[in-house]
Design a protein around this ligand. Structure first.
Ligand code: DGT
Ligand code: CA
Ligand code: CA
Ligand code: ZN
Length: 585
């Protein structure tokens, strides 16, 4: 995404937040929020557009276009500066705490003078919230939990944010003369769902110029350490939510050590400990410099990861498996799974357009899917029970016509380039029922069904709710099954073992939602689900054309769950997929 779009989106979002906190016009706040999303998902560079072109972006009218022009000229928005003066930044931070929200954050500020998360935390401990209207012991607990969640995200960065930073740095370091190799390692290479710091490994005989290059990169806010083998900096991420930036460690090794170093710095620590124990038993010594004879110190291998693993009697272990959860034993037996790859995905089965809350038109979304080379593509806009999306039967049917027309045009005179599937994302109601009667649902090619409300149901009720959705013959995929938002909302309390059994028995797939704020089903549940015979669909839940690219995070998450193509329905040819979507009916 162009950098200016990112910045403008952040400013518009901040403006929306402040409007809402200051108790202004909720309608205007929502407009700014919508514009922020559109700008973030817009493919052109807003720094280069005139007012007339800006107004073509969905949600951008005259007033917002004027503010963007002002940003182009001054780097800021005057109206925003005014609002900032009336609401302290710490209060806006407070609104990010799940279970608080703008109204009550402002109440805390006005009535108790609390203007930061730290002050709020102290006030809870001192019992100062207890007598406040609208707050009680139960909300104290919820707030404390919310503060924890918000803090954990503040320290660790979402996968896509770290990934964008790493890509930028690897490109910059690779371009330095003398750099022979450069790749990212650490938790990012393992596709953990959040990243503590970004580890970059490079090979060069002289590390100096590479170390110099990283401290001079644009966006570096602090040099934490600067040496010959390791340099650490803090760098801003360019993403709105990550004010504090992220730490990046660059390590430079001689090319001969590449494989041993990459293995070492990819981790995880637990995996490395297990591998080193195997080395010790073979009277060898493994370090970031290579695999050596313990006694003589003679080097055996170090050039490639494959050679290091092979000499230890193991298959090469794909990084997402390296968590010491059975992969070492499997690699010793030569029994690792053949993991699903991004290139195996034949289509996306959960996407949105601007008919509901997406920002891309049907044509734009389909265009980008075609360019990705997908064989099939499902459009699954929200269904009527999510009232704020204002979906109707008429709108849905007219979209279906439009989609069929588009498909015919894609095919031209020849074979269809890509099959378009008309789907919907249904809402699993509190009792497990979904939108629309069965005869309407039967008209869709694919139905995703998700929980979007009543997140706090007790386990037994929540489990019954999911089971009923699975037993619905029209429901094909349970969307973002845990409904968590990483760092924002905890997973729902459902009996996963029961859910997995029901999915396997009814032929309902569980989604692996690839959106970096979700990554849901979380990887730690995937393996158990697979063992129960569940099939999966790796979907982006794209709300903008750029989101289709999130599929790689979904595939990384699936790999962490040990999945192969046989487990993932949208890697299958269309006829096999269609057979699955019939649910045996
Ligand atoms: P993160 O940054 O918290 O998301 O997680 P990692 O896994 O990237 O951890 P990090 O950055 O501390 O270190 C990167 C890798 O380097 C780690 O996975 C294993 C290796 N490593 C770093 N320090 C040590 C250490 O003291 N002992 C061992 N065995 N390995 C280490
Ligand atoms: Ca790291
Ligand atoms: Ca590190
Ligand atoms: Zn959804």
């Amino acid at each position: 995404m162009p950098q200016a779009n990112e910045m403008v989106a952040a400013l518009l979002q901040e403006y929306a937040d402040l409007l809402q906190i200051a108790g202004g016009d909720q309608f205007r706040a929502r407009n700014y929020e919508r514009a922020a999303k559109s700008v973030a998902g817009y493919s052109g560079d807003v720094a280069l557009l005139d007012a007339a072109t800006l107004r073509q972006i969905p949600g951008v009218g005259t007033s917002i276009a004027t503010k963007i022009i002002q940003f182009q000229q001054t780097g800021t928005i005057a109206a925003l500066e005014d609002l900032r003066a009336t609401v302290p930044g710490g209060v806006r931070e407070m609104t990010r705490i799940p279970a608080l929200g703008p109204k009550r954050a402002l109440q805390l500020y006005r009535e108790l003078g609390i203007s930061s998360v730290a002050e709020l935390s102290a006030a809870i401990d001192e019992g100062r919230l207890r007598d406040l209207r609208g707050f009680g012991p139960k909300s104290e607990d919820k707030l404390k939990h919310g503060i924890e969640l918000a803090r954990s995200l503040h320290q660790r960065v979402p996968l896509n944010v770290a990934s964008d930073v790493a890509e930028r740095i690897v490109a910059a370091i690779s371009a330095v003369p003398g750099c022979e190799r450069c790749e990212h390692a650490g938790s990012l290479r393992r596709f953990r769902e959040t990243i503590g710091d970004v580890d970059i490994l490079a090979a060069a005989s002289d590390s100096g110029p590479l170390m110099q290059a990283i401290i001079e990169l644009p966006g570096v806010t602090e040099v934490i350490a600067h040496g010959d083998t390791k340099t650490s900096v803090r760098i801003s991420t360019g993403h709105p939510a990550q004010g504090g930036g992220i730490q990046v460690d660059l390590r430079v090794v001689p090319l001969e050590c590449w494989g041993a170093a990459l293995q070492y710095f990819t981790g995880s620590q637990a995996h490395n400990v297990a591998i080193r124990e195997i080395a010790v038993r073979k009277k060898l010594k493994l370090s970031e410099y290579g695999l050596f004879q313990a006694e003589t110190g003679d080097l055996i291998v170090s050039g490639t990861e494959e050679a290091v693993y092979r000499r230890l009697g193991l298959e090469w272990v794909p990084p997402p498996l390296r968590e010491n959860t059975g992969e070492v034993q499997a690699a010793l037996r030569g029994d690792l799974p053949v993991l699903v790859q991004v290139g195996d995905v034949r289509g996306d089965l959960h996407t949105h357009t601007n008919l509901t809350d997406g920002v891309g038109t049907l044509g734009e979304m389909v265009g980008v899917a075609t360019a990705r080379g997908y064989e099939y593509f499902a459009v699954t806009d929200h269904a009527p029970n999510l009232f704020m999306q204002r979906m109707t039967l008429e709108k849905m049917l007219s979209q279906r016509d439009q989609l069929r027309g588009l498909e015919a045009r894609l095919a031209g005179d020849g074979d269809p380039v890509m099959t378009l599937l008309h789907g919907t994302e249904l809402n699993i109601g509190a009792d497990g029922t979904v939108d629309w009667p069965a005869e309407i649902l039967a008209g869709f090619d694919v139905c995703v069904a998700s929980v979007h409300s009543h997140f706090d149901q007790p386990r037994a009720e929540m489990t019954r709710r999911f089971l009923r959705a699975c037993e619905n013959p029209e429901v094909n995929i349970i969307g973002h099954p845990s409904a968590r938002r990483i760092g924002k909302r905890p997973p729902v309390d459902v009996d996963f073992a029961e859910l997995f059994r029901a999915c396997a028995a009814t032929g309902t797939a569980l989604e692996i939602n690839a959106s970096p704020g979700r990554l849901d089903l979380p990887s730690d549940h995937i393996k158990a689900a697979r063992d129960a015979g569940v099939k999966f669909s790796i979907d982006t839940d794209a709300h903008a054309t750029g989101h289709l690219d999130f599929v790689r995070y979904g595939v990384g998450t699936a790999q962490r769950g040990w999945l192969s193509t046989d487990d993932v329905i949208n890697t299958w040819p269309l006829d096999r997929l269609r057979e699955f979507l019939r649910k045996g009916g």
